[in-house]
Design a protein around this ligand. Structure first.
Ligand SMILES: [Zn+2]
Length: 569
């Protein structure tokens, strides 16, 4: 199939339709505007309405100008055109994580120890040992999250003694989710943690059966967040370097876009590093970010002052403001029983956001209490229709059909993360295997027409690897292999890919620009190491990109394509 269409959405191309149609019939050399790049001999999964797979595509000025057979696309190459033969590999639209705390993860990416994907505790401890050799003596070694003991063959957490042995000369801090962190003796001393009274916000020192401290701290989320805040921050230069390195790491995994929902331990000054990378023109991932409420109880005032000069969608294609969330107010954050005054304050912020045309994404846990939130959205919607604003709820893993119908009626979308990959065992224990079969009910939601974005919620509570999440979408299994979600809520491969591309792009109003490989759209794409459509599901998680492009520019290339990156254009 060969389809050559003009780029109707771009003023530059207006009126060229007839010319384009004729040009396609002429030898490429006489075609006035040859493609910059043609990508041929591929299995290009376009994620268009018909789920088409084509062989090739042509790119000009950062956008796709044609898709079709290799023979047809070759004709669009001129003498200056770069031809990339992908040798039968699968090409997908660049992946977009609709809920990744990327700005925060990036700040410390160059200074943290990363346990993401480690298959054994021994391997994880090896990463600490390695960091101890390269980091200066006395420097903190910090694992901020993104791991779970279920991923380790040993099925357990590290002990303080193991960390001491791995890094005898460095203080070590290892955080698990938002409920537990273990420190070496040096670390405990440096943070002045000698007794329970020294642990902030109601946390305490964990003790073994004999009452001896284990070196770990447990507590409510607020305790662990406050503890993390006591750790030294990376320098500004490290934050900038970390940001560039983290975006490259995302490119390695085929990601070209993220929606960043703010997060704990992230304040407005922390946005400086990503802003500097943006100013330098070095963004390799498109970041659409929203802003959390700042001061507990005074969130509306903060929003008004921080955002009075920031209209919705302010920014450009690589860094763009897209509204409020995922935490609007402290009072409604993880609170199953918000009071009337809390809800009234929340309503005022939501109405203000709607008046200003802002997006809004809200973190919510269980379906049982989501009426508190939906009732507010419905109240705002009576005054100002919110469907055009593309508001969303994040998490809500056990969403009921009734909730999904209310969301559909409001035009509120759902960003879905692979929380059950790490948390599935806990959910099954709590709710039982029957309830777990439909968690999260993505097929039902898709059938009802609720917009779905794929994602991870990385990097504290999950890995940022999109292929880990895609595999989980497709098999419903936890990291330790427990089959949890039933076949009736397992999407097809094309469907899951759509969630992670066009689906995610919808939330930042970008689905007309990216998220599929169609004529007129940005050439954000990834050439994969394995065929996502046919590889055994258990291998989906091992896929990486071998060539990632952002707006037609090579931002990551490996193996046989490596030379394309050094030639950067
Ligand atoms: Zn959240």
């Amino acid at each position: 199939m060969f389809c050559l269409e003009p780029i109707g959405s771009r003023p530059k191309a207006q009126g060229l339709k007839t010319f384009f149609l004729f040009a396609a019939l002429l030898p490429a050399t006489v075609w006035a505007q040859a493609a910059d790049t043609v990508l041929i001999n591929g299995k290009v999964v376009t994620v268009d309405e018909r789920e088409s797979v084509v062989e090739a595509l042509a790119i000009r000025d950062g956008r796709i100008v044609a898709t079709g057979t290799t023979a047809a696309i070759r004709k669009l190459a001129g003498s200056g055109t770069r031809t990339i033969d992908v040798q039968g590999r699968t090409v997908i639209p660049g992946l977009i994580d609709s809920h990744l705390h990327a700005i925060r993860a990036a700040l410390s990416f160059s200074t943290e120890v990363n346990w993401i994907g480690a298959r054994s505790l021994e391997e994880a401890l090896g990463r600490i040992r390695k960091a101890a050799q390269t980091m200066p003596r006395g420097a903190w070694l910090i694992v901020a999250g993104g791991w779970n003991e279920q991923q380790f063959a040993e099925r357990r957490r590290p002990t303080q003694a193991e960390l001491e042995a791995a890094a005898p000369e460095n203080p070590v801090y290892v955080q698990l989710g938002y409920g537990w962190a273990v420190l070496t003796d040096d670390g405990l001393r440096a943070l002045k943690l000698a007794s329970d009274a020294d642990v902030p916000n109601g946390g305490r020192l964990e003790r073994d059966a004999s009452g001896k401290p284990t070196g770990a701290v447990t507590g409510p989320q607020a305790a662990i967040i406050a503890l993390f805040d006591r750790l030294p921050r990376p320098t500004y230069a490290q934050q900038v370097e970390g940001t560039r390195a983290f975006f490259r790491e995302l490119n390695r995994l085929g990601l070209t876009g993220v929606m960043d929902p703010g997060g704990n331990n992230l304040t407005p000054p922390d946005y400086a590093a990503v802003q500097e990378v943006w100013r330098r023109g070095e963004m390799t991932v498109r970041v659409a970010y929203s802003l959390n409420g700042q001061t507990s109880g005074r969130e509306l005032e903060d929003y008004k002052s921080l955002l009075s000069l920031v209209p919705m969608r302010f920014g450009d294609g690589t860094l763009r403001f897209v509204g409020l969330g995922e935490r609007l107010t402290e009072a409604m954050n993880n609170n199953p029983r918000p009071g009337d005054a809390d809800k009234e304050k929340y309503y005022e912020i939501a109405r203000w956001a709607a008046q200003r045309g802002y997006g809004l994404t809200m973190h919510w846990g269980p379906d049982a209490t989501v009426d508190h939130l939906l009732a507010i959205f419905e109240r705002v919607n009576k005054e100002i229709p919110i469907a055009p604003l593309r508001w969303s709820i994040a998490h809500l893993n056990d969403a009921s059909a009734k909730t999904l119908e209310r969301m559909k009626a409001l035009g509120v979308g759902w960003t879905v993360q692979d929380a059950m990959y790490f948390g599935g065992e806990g959910f099954v224990k709590q709710a039982g295997p029957d309830a777990a079969r439909r968690v999260p009910p993505v097929v039902t939601a898709d059938r009802l027409g609720v917009r779905i974005g794929g994602g991870t919620d990385a990097h504290r509570v999950a890995s940022y690897n999109p292929f880990t999440a895609l595999q989980w979408f497709l098999d419903g299994k936890t990291v330790s292999g427990l089959a949890m979600r039933g076949p009736e809520e397992i999407p097809t491969r094309q469907q899951a890919l759509r969630f992670y591309t066009k689906g995610s792009a919808w939330f930042s109003h970008d689905d007309g620009e990216r998220g599929s490989l169609e004529v007129g759209k940005l050439a954000d794409l990834a050439v994969l190491s394995k065929d996502y459509l046919t590889v055994p599901v258990a291998e989906v998680g091992d896929i990486e990109s071998v060539l990632t492009m952002l707006g037609g520019r090579v931002v990551y290339a490996a193996g046989t394509f490596a030379s394309l990156e050094s030639a950067r254009r």
